[in-house]
Design a protein around this ligand. Structure first.
Ligand code: GLY
Length: 255
């Protein structure tokens, strides 16, 4: 609620979570907050205006083998603010900084920016914005396409370089700058073998994602998402004979 109010009071329309079963036929489940907004990055007019925020229920089966560690889940809720041709890098980074540092009073360990590859340049604009906000250069790390270039989801869609915020050693917020459209899967983009090329979007957009459970973990100063108040009531119901890892897996699937 704090997140949604923060963005509502800064000109964002709050949009309810869409179904876990998306209308987008290129994916089986909703995997990100941006999924319900995909057409608006590609030129369709958004009924909610240019700037929106949401708390989206997501399922990511790709993380299923990681469930049981301190922070991975298959079902989670993703807080996000989005802009379809409204604001871009400067505003997006300043808003994120303000929410984390001023509103939640958390300390940023470091941030990452895209180092450039696959024909896309190093994101020196984001680097400069973080520097101007007072993040020292040793805390602005450059990182490659695997971690700092998001999307596309499914068989094609908007994608672009990202800047990520780390708090207490974990990535909590991914800020994506959708500058491109890729007409294929992420695997095709990474491998380059399909010969498909990134196309520049007419109107660049912003797509951010911050896991509610990870945010709760750092705000509540606990060392796993399973110790937050989102999970404790479920974990309590699981019989003692299950070991910790099994309890976490059951809790994730139960949700
Ligand atoms: N769409 C941004 C993210 O999932 O991190």
């Amino acid at each position: 609620e704090k997140f949604l109010k923060f963005f509502e009071s800064r000109g964002h329309k709050i949009v309810p979570s869409s179904s876990l079963l998306p209308t987008d036929p290129s994916v089986l489940f909703t995997t990100a907050g941006m999924q319900q907004f995909k057409p608006y990055y590609l030129g369709e007019k958004s009924p909610w205006g240019k700037n929106v925020a949401s708390c989206q229920k997501c399922i990511r089966t790709s993380d299923i083998e990681e469930v049981g560690d301190e922070r991975h889940l298959t079902f989670f809720e993703m807080l996000g603010n989005f802009s379809f041709g409204g604001y871009f890098k400067e505003e997006a980074i300043k808003l994120a900084y303000k929410f984390i540092v001023k509103e939640l009073k958390l300390e940023i360990d470091y941030v990452t920016v895209f180092e450039g590859s696959h024909g896309v340049e190093f994101d020196k604009e984001s680097y400069g914005i973080w520097k101007n906000l007072g993040i020292s250069e040793d805390k602005i790390k450059k990182s490659g396409i695997e971690d700092n270039f998001w999307g596309p989801t499914g068989t094609g869609g908007p994608c672009g370089p990202t800047t990520e915020i780390y708090v207490n050693g974990i990535e909590i917020w991914n800020i994506v700058f959708n500058e491109f459209y890729f007409p294929g899967t992420r695997e095709e983009l990474l491998s380059g073998i399909s010969g498909k090329k990134l196309e520049k979007l007419k109107t660049p957009g912003v797509d951010t994602g911050m896991g509610l459970e990870r945010l709760a973990m750092v705000v509540q100063k606990v060392s796993t998402v399973f110790e937050t108040d989102l999970f404790e009531p479920i974990i309590k119901l699981i019989p003692e004979e299950f070991n910790e890892r099994k309890k976490r897996i059951i809790a994730d699937h139960a949700r």
